[in-house]
Design a protein around this ligand. Structure first.
Ligand SMILES: [Fe+2]
Ligand SMILES: [Fe+2]
Length: 258
């Protein structure tokens, strides 16, 4: 059994919204920045429905099983954050169900199928490495929000979500390493895709200025964390000395100055 398959057995069940005392949500105030960050996060978590649809193109039984577990867990993350915000008087619009985003998911599936036909099974090395980057950045985002919040219920919810994001990251990372290790072609394609095509999770669903605001709030003040994220990504085979997040933040700074 591979390390990825062993991780799959540890993935556990989706979180249960009934496990939380929702009446405690309004016990301490939630800041405007938290509302912005949690609304963004809830919308992206719910939008896993569309991401799943665009990526469910593999016949690999381990990845296929993972994607189904992943979808169910991410959906509940969206539900928990949505419900938390509702309890504090904030309504979250589910952007991914709007017609243009549904069309985008279907277009994404056709693009991924085309990319698979063009590059063959090395496409899945890109998929797994890309997923690892997204899970790691999501995990770090939640950790920063959790460190800063004074709301105990939010801290509890984020702690539980973070534990699942860490397992998602571990699965994607191990699966990527299995596909990249000793495969120079997969390494070249994955490096190209991440350095030329990768964009932060949520861009497309939310506009560029919202993505820049999120990065400015959560990662720009934390250069050590950015270096640590980049080093984790760069430690996958073929990705040495890539600096995805540092480059993204540099682009944010240039746009802000323009
Ligand atoms: Fe999540
Ligand atoms: Fe996740």
């Amino acid at each position: 059994m591979s390390r990825a398959e062993r991780l799959l057995d540890r993935m556990g069940e989706p979180l249960d919204p009934d496990d939380y005392d929702w009446s405690a949500a309004a016990d301490s105030p939630v800041t405007a920045d938290e509302v912005f960050q949690l609304t963004y996060a809830a919308q992206v978590e719910w939008a896993t429905e569309g991401t799943f649809e665009s990526l469910d193109i593999t016949r690999d039984p381990t990845v296929s099983r993972f994607l189904r577990i992943w979808l169910e867990q991410e959906r509940v993350h969206g539900e928990l954050l949505d419900r938390f915000l509702n309890q504090t008087g904030v309504d979250v619009t589910l952007l991914h169900r709007e017609p243009r985003h549904r069309r985008g998911a279907r277009r994404g599936k056709r693009l991924n199928q085309l990319a698979h036909r063009v590059v063959g099974d090395d496409f899945f090395a890109v998929h797994m490495a890309w997923g690892a980057v997204n899970e790691l950045t999501t995990l770090r985002f939640y950790q920063v929000i959790r460190q800063r919040t004074s709301n105990p219920l939010l801290s509890t919810i984020l702690g539980d979500i973070i534990a699942q994001e860490a397992l998602h990251y571990a699965f994607y990372r191990e699966s990527a390493i299995e596909r990249l290790d000793g495969n120079e072609r997969a390494q070249r394609i994955t490096r190209y895709a991440l350095t030329h095509l990768w964009r932060p999770v949520g861009l497309g669903l939310r506009c560029r200025s919202d993505v820049d605001r999120l990065l400015g709030l959560l990662l720009a003040p934390k250069p050590d964390l950015v270096r640590q994220i980049d080093a984790s990504i760069a430690s996958m085979p073929g990705l040495a000395s890539t600096r995805l997040i540092e480059s993204e933040l540099a682009a944010v700074t240039i746009r802000a100055a323009a």
